[in-house]
Design a protein around this ligand. Structure first.
Ligand SMILES: [Zn+2]
Ligand SMILES: [Zn+2]
Length: 149
């Protein structure tokens, strides 16, 4: 594999762009390649996409691929699990032996919020509980190590 192969960017792909100082890099949507020798990468202005920008573009010196989900150059999607609304999860506070199955609500600054009493967003009447720990489980059997098969 050669390091000289440049990544190919798609129109409206979320990318990280910067000029001289990578610390000032910004997330923008890719808009094409320019003939400029120094500022070869075109992005739509102000974090807009081709459909919302009204045609305004900016030119950048550097452009890098990022994960389209977590928006990081080094994807963190797998290191920090993400939970969906009403996803069945296993939650506990101090001891995992007391873990219970709950339906995920959201992440709060003080912990993981799940709908109270094993209910979902549809049935919980807005009541929720907060836990310290949360892991993914099989949505069918509710086990961390799926036992469905
Ligand atoms: Zn990611
Ligand atoms: Zn299972």
């Amino acid at each position: 594999m050669s390091n000289n192969v440049e990544p190919v960017f798609e129109n409206d792909e979320l990318v990280l762009v910067w000029n001289n100082d990578k610390d000032c890099a910004k997330l923008q949507y890719f808009g094409g390649y320019s003939k400029s020798e120094t500022h070869r990468f075109i992005c739509w202005c102000d974090g807009r996409t081709s459909s919302t920008t009204g045609g305004y573009i900016e030119h950048w010196k550097n452009c890098a691929k990022i994960c389209q989900k977590c928006e990081k150059q080094v994807c963190e999607c797998n290191t920090k699990p993400t939970f969906k609304d009403d996803e069945l999860v296993l939650v506990w506070n101090e001891k995992k032996s007391t873990a219970e199955l709950r339906y995920f609500r959201c992440i709060l600054s003080n912990g993981i919020s799940c709908w109270a009493s094993g209910k979902t967003s549809f049935t919980a009447n807005a009541l929720f509980q907060v836990y310290d720990n949360c892991v993914k489980v099989c949505q069918e059997c509710g086990k961390e190590e799926c036992e469905c098969k």
